[in-house]
Design a protein around this ligand. Structure first.
Ligand code: NAP
Length: 247
């Protein structure tokens, strides 16, 4: 019989909400965090922190922890963890499902340029641009390498690289409001927004503010992840868990 112990691969608000709902429903849940955030908001239930040590480490964790179901609720750009989860679960026959928030979609008044990577977005930004960069603490270097653009790079944790003098680091944690994003853009004379297509509602106010101020957006497309049974609504995923595990 399948074990009823669930591992949630977390690091997102969605993962927290999934854990909260499953724990409230009486499920046996452990959430795993990579350990990159200094003071994470913790979900209900058990929490473990730190990498597993690749596919081999994850397989061993799943076996020794008697995990019957893995829920991949990592960020859409955390592709490595999703690939490793797929490979480990596939190798030892543990069930894997994913929560996948819908990507943001441009409206007819939006001016979006799509980029396959941060490096390509960095090279596409026009000279003289004053950028609001919200790609997080990874992927900063190609922007910092451009001496003909300047701006603000926003992230939760400290920047792993020192910014050059034409860039300012802004450490803030979502959610962000429409009014706040408008003020940030106008006070800093922002001319372009560069963001990853994270989807969701806690960080989409910048897109509404960019639309309002007619600011062009460079949108970095999501990396591909292995195909697994996926859910775009937390309620549906939680109900499906009831269908695959005994109560
Ligand atoms: P990643 O590139 O996919 O993974 C890098 C390594 O971090 C993995 O190989 C794994 O180490 C470890 N790891 C990642 N997620 C983990 C988890 N939930 N539990 C335990 N170990 C984990 O991930 P990332 O882009 O660095 O993101 C790290 C974490 O931050 C993720 O959990 C993600 O949900 C969250 N996050 C990411 C972003 C983003 O833009 N990338 C944004 C918001 C939140 P081992 O190989 O040692 O197992």
């Amino acid at each position: 019989m399948r074990s009823d112990r669930i591992l949630i691969l977390g690091g997102t608000r969605d993962a927290r909400e999934i854990a909260d709902e499953l724990v409230a429903a009486g499920r046996n849940v452990v959430t795993s965090l990579a350990g990159v955030t200094e003071q994470p908001v913790l979900p209900s239930g058990e929490v473990r922190v730190g990498g597993f040590g690749g596919v081999v480490g994850l397989k061993s964790y799943l076996e020794s922890g008697h995990i019957g179901l893995v829920i991949d609720a990592t960020h859409p750009f955390a592709a490595r963890m999703s690939v490793q989860a797929f490979e480990a679960c596939h190798a030892i026959g543990v069930l894997l499902i994913r929560f996948e928030r819908s990507p943001w979609v441009a409206g007819e008044d939006d001016d979006w340029t799509y980029s396959p990577s941060a490096a390509e977005a960095a090279s596409a930004v026009p000279s003289g641009a004053r950028v609001l960069l919200t790609t997080g603490r990874k992927d900063l270097q190609p922007f910092f390498d451009r001496q003909d653009i300047s701006g603000i790079a926003r992230m939760i944790e400290a920047s792993p690289v020192a910014p050059p003098c034409n860039w300012q680091i802004l450490r803030e944690r979502p959610p962000f409001s429409f009014a706040g994003e408008l003020t940030l853009m106008s006070e800093n004379a922002v001319t372009h927004l560069v963001t990853k297509n994270a989807g969701g509602t806690s960080t989409n106010a910048k897109l509404l503010a960019a639309r309002e101020r007619k600011i062009p957006v460079f949108m970095i497309n999501r990396p591909s992840k292995p195909v697994v049974r996926s859910f775009g609504a937390i309620g549906k995923l939680v109900s499906a868990v009831g269908g695959v595990l005994s109560p």
